[in-house]
Design a binder for this molecule. Structure first.
Ligand code: HEC
Length: 150
């Protein structure tokens, strides 16, 4: 039993210890003029869905959940946001060339069709980020039309 107590104590100290390691927060007050919503004529329902389902990981401003105050959850989120933004940042949309935009739009359609985005680990908690069939269809139609008009 002694060894179990020691292990629990060590884990507890480590858990408390990692809470003091700072993380970078992905937050910004301003929306740059290159933002996807500002440079495209996006219907309100689509704007809302993108905000709720994608912007937390694909923009410069994340609405953090309470558990972002707890490690190692915060590291997990930080990692997803960094990787997500590297692939696609809606705030910087208009800085992409037309070719890159077309390729990203194709990729967005693919991700939604296959149900890969938003990530399962995200919709587990953010249930409103999930797509109903009708929402997916509306989004795919809009994105496809945007691509065809590039
Ligand atoms: C919880 C964070 C998170 C959310 C929410 C999220 N993504 Fe992602 N996204 C990622 C990460 C991480 C990657 C890079 C790794 C990968 O492809 O799985 C990525 C990659 C992508 C890519 C590039 C994939 C490729 O391989 O070309 C596209 C496009 C994309 N996401 C679109 C979306 C759209 C559209 C939404 C909303 C419907 C969304 N994502 C919601 C985290 C997220």
């Amino acid at each position: 039993m002694r060894i179990v107590k020691i292990i629990v104590l060590v884990l507890l100290v480590a858990f408390v210890g990692i809470q003091f390691i700072p993380t970078t927060r992905n937050q910004s007050d301003s929306v740059p003029s290159t933002d996807f919503m500002l440079v495209n004529d996006v219907p309100e329902t689509i704007q809302k869905k993108l905000q709720v389902s994608c912007y937390d990981c694909h923009s410069n401003n994340t609405q953090y959940p309470w558990y972002n105050k707890i490690q190692p959850a915060a590291w997990f989120l930080e990692d997803h946001i960094k990787e997500g933004k590297d692939e696609l940042n809606f705030n910087e949309w208009d800085s992409l060339s037309s070719r890159r935009k077309a390729s990203k739009l194709r990729s967005i359609v693919k991700q939604i069709e296959s149900g890969e985005m938003p990530l399962d680990s995200y919709t587990l908690i953010h249930t409103d980020a999930k797509f109903s069939e009708a929402e997916a269809e509306e989004m795919i139609n809009f994105i496809t039309q945007l691509k065809d008009n590039l």
